[in-house]
Design a protein. Structure first.
Length: 493
């Protein structure tokens, strides 16, 4: 497989256009954005820089397609057939899609292969299979009335997604939205648009009618804002930072009160008690739970809470693993942590690290830019010990390869530190004590609490956060609820 990847790595990528009403077209203004490769910092290609008028055209095309009924009123069995075909096409092109995505966003290919096209294909298959099993209800109302509760597509769904796992996160929104019969306008991140544009082309090939799935690329504050303010969008599904999430709520309030679902950031605690069943395994999983994709993972276990008597020894174990992880060429199948997506993100991670050491944290490993000679954006996996809960690196999301290790004295302290955050996305607890495990699952405020593992998940379970990590859920049958409205028919007999 490495030979095939190497054959693709240098292929020129032609400039990419918007996909509106089934047609590829440039932005009306003709503007483009340059895409730089995280692998070497050089020009990769350009994407269209959509303006407000392009976004409005995409929304109108989505609205017209929805109102025509060509997809929204098609039998669920038909939508299922088309989306299963799309899943097959994604799988057919999986390697090409993965390489394209990696050249754009820098994730290591070993992870991208699993988490990107294959996961997107499974997601389309999951919601395709689900949609012809969704029933309405007959309400237990009075006997001279027949009261029906229908589940109907909401209309036009806008999806705005980040750059870390564009296909996986994109599919988590697009697949249930399309399966339910909605039309979609997708805005990928500036730094990870290429593979999603290709998926939209595959959707056309699979038989999704023109106008049902549109893609507008461009700048968040322009194209994203226009989507947020559009009067033609009924639901806005977002994954990204809390700052942008706040803006989307404002856009909704200033326009048509569209429903806004937010999947935001995290500062997830990975809590290790001294009675963990296997401390060697816990150390390895803790390292991989933060450093894969160079920490650019929303559920990354970025706070490692360790019971005080074993804290120093455990931190040293994790640091040793971190120091031997293979960081580098994202297109090498043996690489364990790829590039940082942008130079700005690299500087941000370095800045957090140096401020943490100034505040008194101890740098056990990493802390610097590496592989500078490649021109790419790489950072050594970084472990900081003796971090206090009030330090910036313990409170703010870095979204880079930086782990903050914090000791705790007992279970109550572990819970207090774990919950002392504005976020509530993921978490884990390592213990052999079954009662303690259950107590921790109840006490930690997060969308998921892993026990004796970190990050395990599949499509059957919802992913979402509490507190400022967002609202609503991706994955599982629950995600369909975001894209279906309830409508009552009250029939007097
Ligand atoms: P970001 O918020 O900067 O950007 C996300 C998307 O919003 C991009 O498409 C961007 O163009 C768009 N955008 C930016 N400004 C906008 C505006 N004013 N109006 C409308 N859209 C705008 O996030 P990012 O840097 O791409 O991704 C990293 C963040 O995403 C982290 O906080 C991470 O935790 C979060 N994330 C969360 C999850 C989850 O499931 N909870 C998953 C992955 C990433």
């Amino acid at each position: 497989m490495q030979d095939q990847i190497d054959a693709m790595r240098a292929k020129e990528i032609s400039p990419r256009e918007l996909l509106i009403a089934g047609q590829l077209r440039p932005a009306r203004s003709g503007a483009v954005l340059e895409v730089l490769s995280p692998l070497n910092g050089k020009h990769l290609t350009t994407i269209a820089d959509a303006g407000k008028e392009d976004v409005e055209a995409a929304c109108l095309s989505a609205r017209a397609a929805f109102d025509s009924g060509v997809w929204s009123r098609a039998a669920p069995a038909h939508r299922k057939k088309v989306l299963l075909q799309l899943a097959d096409l994604i799988e057919r092109d999986a390697l090409k899609l993965a390489v394209l995505g990696v050249r754009d966003n820098g994730t290591e290919i070993s992870m991208a292969l699993k988490a990107e096209p294959m996961s997107a294909a499974s997601t389309f298959r999951y919601y395709a299979e689900l949609i012809d099993k969704v029933y309405g209800e007959i309400a237990p109302s009075q006997s001279d009335v027949l009261a029906l509760v229908h589940k109907q597509a909401v209309g036009v769904v806008a999806a705005i997604v980040p750059w870390n796992f564009p296909l996986m996160i994109g599919a988590w929104k697009i697949a249930p939205a399309l399966a339910a019969g909605n039309s979609v306008v997708l805005k990928p991140a500036e730094a990870a648009s290429l593979s999603l544009l290709r998926i939209a082309e595959l959707a056309l090939e699979a038989g999704v009618p023109p106008g049902v799935f549109n893609v507008v690329t461009g700048r968040g504050p322009v194209a994203g804002e226009a989507l947020g303010l559009s009067m033609h969008v009924d639901v806005l599904a977002f994954t990204g930072s809390g700052g942008v999430g706040r803006k989307l709520l404002e856009y909704s309030a200033r326009s048509n009160l569209k429903r806004v679902y937010l999947e935001l950031g995290g500062k997830s605690p990975n809590i290790v008690f001294a009675d963990a069943p296997d401390l060697e395994k816990a150390a390895k999983v803790a390292a991989y739970g933060i450093f894969r994709n160079s920490g650019q993972v929303c559920i990354a276990g970025s706070r490692l809470l360790v019971e005080a008597p074993i804290a120093d020894e455990f931190a040293a174990k994790v640091a040793k693993i971190a120091a031997t992880m293979k960081v580098g060429d994202p297109l090498d199948l043996t690489t364990e942590a790829g590039a940082i997506n942008s130079e700005a993100q690299l500087s941000r991670s370095l800045g957090f690290t140096s401020r943490a050491t100034t505040e008194g944290a101890e740098l056990l490993t990493g802390g610097s830019r590496i592989l500078q000679e490649t021109g790419g954006w790489f950072m050594a996996p970084t472990v900081l010990s003796k971090v206090r809960p009030d330090m910036e690196v313990a409170r703010n999301e870095v979204f880079g390869p930086v782990l903050a290790v914090m000791p705790f004295d007992d279970e109550a302290a572990a819970i207090r530190i774990a919950n002392d955050t504005e976020f509530g996305l993921a978490s884990a607890v390592w213990t052999s004590n079954l009662s303690r495990a259950h107590r921790m699952v109840q006490a930690v405020r997060a969308g998921v609490v892993h026990v004796n593992t970190y990050g395990g998940s599949d499509l059957t379970v919802p992913l979402g956060g509490v507190k400022q990590s967002g609202n609503g859920h991706d994955k599982s049958p629950h995600a369909l609820d975001k894209y279906l409205d309830l409508k009552t028919a009250w029939i007097q007999l």
